[in-house]
Design a protein around this ligand. Structure first.
Ligand code: FAE
Length: 567
């Protein structure tokens, strides 16, 4: 397998968002060709995008039949698309969201968090920001026009889940925190995976491909935009806790130029959960650009896979719904393939498989499908600071520091020090705590409506709240501070009813074999967050990417490439 990072770098001037930075992330010829294809397609308003390919290649993907189809375009899907393309396999990627690469009338691709508009959310009448009130006032969220915006909040009975929609999936909306889990925890969660191979090969490969870099500590120490994080760091230290810098895929060299006034502001202009206009190396600028650059990968957007069936020849047929900007169905088509890679995320992949199993389309799928779901122990909370300890009206939207108390004997917590870029002094220190909550939920389909259900009760988050509280109580005691009770719409100090990190539903080694091959049906693979059983102890996308690299390498070598050779 050829790593795109080892390919020849291009000599022409790359787009700013792909410029190599101090991390050593390198722009390759493949990225450049792919990124150009993405930009050209966006400018032309196309929903089917591919880089130039030879006539022979085109005929190999004749009709609507491809050797491989990838569903979704988040982390796992992007890895699959790139590695299939590099192996010479004609591959179709189907993504239900938009390609976010075209400026709207205001000259920007994405909207910011302070003035959200229709670009913010996936077909909603009002924004649904995680922190939804300030001083109990409903001043955070806005009415918006329904549109295929970039962030979705999917509501289940007692838990709601944030996910990204569009080419790049969660990478478009997330905070970019690129954390490798503690090896001991990884081994506990995924005992069947060779951790030596992961930490020696696949984690480094994922970090290099994603363009992970770290903030310059002098810049961090001086910037007005990180006053909030320095204050929270000092308060953690007052409580005897340690903090760690957290790597990110946001280009910190770019951020420094933003602060100097040499580059358009993104992180320093309150952009993140509704997309970053600059600076962030989302997947469309890394893996997916490289995938398209192979000339073997075609991407179709605004296409939601609804149904999967298997024919007598063992191949798969997908029913695909194409929608327009109003959400109206433009067409329903069928696509067939030999190898099917599901990268629609914990919710999307699990739903497709449950539907296929329960309708009898793929009856052999495991009875354990839908199990092992968890919110990665996510709990959000805010603390109130004294007036003499301002957090700053200027805040970078990119978190770079966390309180690392993962070795606590009873309550392990990794608490990201989160920004609150409101443009005013709020006096709030905000945290997204990741805890080791052992509780698990499960997905099923509602027999009456056929809709996805999540069996997760609010009280299952009690262990996570206890752990987050144990940590933040210590911080409050040491600094004579209190919680904020005005941030989550009612009087709660701890937001325990939503998560950013849905994990599981198709657990590795349970619903699949040890490499993501679905039990019961050949040539069918899960490649995304659905494989990780509920917890990984840190922000998950580096793990999702590295695991996909490992699994796809094996599947390519054993299933796909021998098949192409007619073996
Ligand atoms: P994901 O990225 O969710 O992509 C799935 C894609 O499939 C999406 O583009 C969907 O639109 C598409 N899709 C779904 N169903 C279908 C269908 N039926 N047909 C066609 N397309 C479909 O999958 N993680 C970190 O490590 N660090 C962070 O700082 C961080 N911050 C976050 C902040 C926010 C606000 C959110 C929402 C998440 C954050 N995460 C973070 C979590 C991270 O983004 C998430 O774990 C990954 O994106 C999951 O990757 P998957 O490959 O599973």
């Amino acid at each position: 397998m050829v790593l795109a990072g080892r390919s020849r770098p291009v000599s022409s001037t790359p787009p700013a968002s792909l410029t190599p930075s101090r991390s050593g992330a390198r722009l390759t010829r493949r990225h450049f060709i792919g990124a150009t294809a993405l930009q050209a397609a966006a400018a032309a308003g196309l929903t089917s995008i591919s880089a130039p390919a030879s006539a022979a290649d085109r005929s190999a993907a004749s009709g609507d039949s491809f050797p491989a189809v990838v569903v979704g375009s988040g982390y796992g899907a992007s890895v699959a698309a790139l590695r299939l393309g590099e192996a010479g396999v004609n591959t179709l990627v189907l993504e239900m969201g938009r390609l976010w690469d075209e400026a709207a009338a205001d000259g920007r691709i994405f909207c910011d968090m302070i003035n959200p508009d229709r670009r913010s959310m996936w077909f909603k009448d009002r924004t649904e920001a995680p922190l939804d009130s300030l001083l109990w006032l409903d001043i955070v969220n806005r009415d918006i026009e329904r549109y295929p915006g970039v962030l979705d909040r999917v509501h289940f009975g007692e838990m709601s889940v944030y996910v990204g929609r569009g080419v790049g999936g969660g990478s478009l909306v997330n905070g970019g925190m690129a954390v490798t889990p503690a090896r001991g925890h990884f081994e506990k969660v995924l005992p069947g995976v060779d951790s030596g191979e992961m930490y020696g090969t696949y984690f480094p490969r994922a970090r290099a491909m994603l363009g992970v870099n770290s903030i310059d500590t002098d810049y961090f120490g001086d910037s007005d935009y990180y006053r909030f994080a320095r204050l929270a760091r000092d308060q953690a230290h007052n409580a005897g806790l340690s903090t760690v810098y957290v790597p990110n895929v946001y280009d910190f060299g770019y951020m420094e130029r933003e602060e100097r006034g040499d580059a358009a502001k993104s992180a320093l202009a309150g952009e993140v959960i509704y997309g970053n206009n600059h600076g962030k190396r989302s997947l469309d600028k890394s893996y997916l650009a490289a995938a398209l650059g192979t000339g073997k990968v075609t991407l179709r957007t605004m296409r939601q896979v609804e149904r999967i069936e298997q024919g007598a020849d063992g191949g798969y047929t997908l029913t695909v719904k194409e929608i327009d900007e109003n959400g109206s169905v433009v067409a329903r088509t069928e696509v067939s393939c030999t190898h099917l890679f599901l990268g629609a995320g914990s919710l999307g992949t699990t739903e497709l498989l449950l539907r296929a199993r329960d309708t009898g389309a793929l009856p052999g799928l495991s009875p354990d499908l839908g199990t092992g779901w968890g919110p990665n122990g996510n709990i959000m909370a805010g603390r109130a600071n004294h007036p003499w300890n301002p957090t700053g009206s200027k805040q970078s939207s990119i978190p770079v520091l966390a309180i690392d108390d993962w070795n606590h004997p009873a309550h392990p917590v990794f608490a990201e020090i989160a920004p609150l870029p409101a443009g005013i002094e709020t006096g709030i220190s905000l945290y997204l705590a990741i805890t080791d909550n052992p509780e698990r939920g499960s997905f099923s389909l509602d027999p009456a409506t056929g809709e996805l259900r999540l069996d997760w009760r609010r009280e299952q988050n009690a262990p996570a709240v206890t752990a987050a509280k144990s940590l933040l109580d210590r911080v409050n005691r040491a600094n004579r501070t209190e919680y904020r009770y005005d941030l989550f719409g009612d009087d709660r100090a701890f937001a325990d009813d939503f998560c950013y990190h849905p994990l599981g539903g198709c657990p590795l080694g349970v619903a699949t074999d040890g490499y993501g091959r679905l039990r019961g049906h050949r040539n069918l693979y899960a490649v995304d967050s659905s494989l990780i059983p509920g917890s990984i102890g840190v922000n998950p996308f580096v793990t999702i990417t590295a695991l996909a690299e490992r699994n796809v390498a094996r599947v390519l070598a054993e299933d796909v490439v021998p098949g192409l050779r007619g073996a």
